[in-house]
Design a protein around this ligand. Sequence first.
Ligand code: HEC
Length: 173
Amino acid sequence: MRLLTTGSFAILLALTLAACNIRGFFISQADDPVWHGPSEAQAAGDQNQSLGAKLFNKNCASCHQTTGKGISGSIPPLAGSVLATSDDVTKPIRIVLHGFRGAIVRSGVKYNGVMQPWHSVFSDEEIAAILNHVRTSWGNSASEIKPEDVARVREATKSRTTQYTEAELEQPL
Ligand code: HEC
């Protein structure tokens, strides 16, 4: 009788273990799928924001605002900006690389401020991403800027040490 009980228990135990194994209980950890962390670009783009949006909101929005509307009389808007959306992509690239200064009038409002250069802050990829965010947000709809475009302008203007003025930007690069 005792023998029988032990035997039944052994069978029950074997069945239980087998059932667990079917469910993958004893499969070694090496078989688990490898977990990949988010890429750098994804990590930078919290909450599904693109890299350009993220960098813009962090570095440009304090002045130009997340709405791209700027601050009337002191910071010009980027929404509807002719320079930012120019078909001559060297114009917005030159502005971001070397900064912008001097008296300008936008929608009848006068501005006369100074924007710092960003050439030593951002890579070609980052400047392209920021400008593509500007060129496709708030109703703006302009062509895509490639990192190679930024690299070309960076090389062509590398000896420059002052901000661009509106008149200078009228000159083709
Ligand atoms: C500290 C404030 C400040 C920050 C930060 C700033 N800007 Fe500016 N930006 C200005 C000012 C001021 C002007 C206008 C200068 C003038 O009056 O001539 C300007 C002008 C511009 C223009 C030209 C707009 C037009 O239609 O004339 C562009 C494009 C631009 N900024 C893009 C950017 C981008 C992109 C960033 C972030 C990388 C940025 N700015 C960060 C202050 C700022």
